[in-house]
Design a binder for this molecule. Structure first.
Ligand code: CP
Length: 311
């Protein structure tokens, strides 16, 4: 198979294992290209992409923009703070106005879960979800799994622990779905108040003790506490959280085994992860960021090939 089964990238939920493997194989080629002196290919020369971000972003936004430039697409960038959204315009009106300027694809980050799917149902363009509230962040999960595949060859049978604020994390949900599709075993770890009630229905186990979780895993993906999404107090203090769930050199030395350390960023150094661990040789945090460009190039390139498919 050399095409995706979908016209949009709304979430990992809609992707098959074959889709994910095709994205990875395509990303392998793009990774080779972006490490050459001439990093650009003409693949999306006739495609115009709008990056519309209704929430803050550093990595995802820059990574999509670079991926689009490397593919020679025309791009337009738009953020809610500098737009007429602040004057009361609806999401559909905003996007339809942009589309009437002959835009082919929309990459959108939005605080509302389901916003990407809503948009795909209501506008005549391909939609890429760059994070929709607490729902999904599919390209983050793809670049995370791609980075693990690069390290281990295959994810089949690998043990991955996702630690932190699972309740508010779109990265956690997309990672769980992606890793399970690729044959990895997943556990989540964090304070009981930050673990969703029915998480086991996704085929993951819950481990509240970080030391036990680390004993079990090959990979620890550390998430930040999403204070901006928390309207009540879920744990007594950041200091207490750090003591129970922070990844430190002391803790890793006590565990006494090699664990690959990941983090989607932004990092809160000294809370979920110490600087020493984040910058250690077992950390692949910057490799994740590097791989994000190749993975997003693959996603955009493959989706462009599906532009005329009816769904
Ligand atoms: N990982 C991630 O989504 O980072 P940004 O919020 O900076 O895009």
């Amino acid at each position: 198979m050399s095409t995706l089964s979908t016209k949009h990238l709304l979430g990992i939920e809609q992707l098959t294992r074959a889709d994910i493997e095709l994205i990875f194989e395509t990303a392998d080629n793009f990774k080779t290209i972006i490490n050459r002196p001439i990093k650009k290919v003409p693949s999306l020369r006739d495609v115009t992409i709008a990056n519309i971000f209704f929430e803050n972003s550093t990595r995802t936004r820059v990574s999509f923009e670079l991926a689009e430039k490397r593919l020679s697409a025309d791009t337009v960038n738009f953020s809610s703070s500098s737009s007429s959204v602040s004057k009361g315009e609806t999401l559909i009106d905003t996007v339809n106005n942009i589309l009437s300027m002959k835009v082919d694809m929309v990459v959108m980050r939005h605080p509302a879960p389901g916003a990407a799917m809503f948009l795909a149902e209501h506008v005549d363009a391909q939609v890429v979800n760059a994070g929709d509230g607490t729902h999904e962040h599919p390209t983050q999960a793809l670049l995370d799994a791609y980075s693990m595949r690069e390290k281990f060859g295959s994810l089949e049978g690998k043990n991955v622990i996702i630690v932190g604020d699972i309740l508010h994390s779109r990265v956690a949900l997309s990672n769980i779905l992606c890793l399970r599709k690729l044959g990895a075993k997943v556990k989540v770890c964090g304070p009981p108040t930050l673990i969703p009630k029915y998480i086991e229905e996704l085929g993951v186990e819950v481990e509240y003790d970080l030391d036990k979780a680390l004993q079990w895993c090959d990979v620890a993906n550390m998430l930040r506490i999403q204070l901006e999404r928390q309207d009540i107090k879920y744990f007594p203090s950041l200091r207490e959280y750090q003591m129970q769930y922070g990844l430190t050199t002391n803790r890793l030395e006590r565990i006494g085994k090699e664990i690959t350390i990941m983090h989607p960023g932004p990092i809160n150094r000294g809370v979920e992860i110490s600087s020493e661990v984040a910058d250690s040789t077992n950390s692949i945090i910057l490799e994740q960021v590097e791989n994000g460009v190749a993975v997003r190039m693959a996603v955009l390139y493959l989706l462009a090939g599906q532009a005329n498919v009816d769904e």
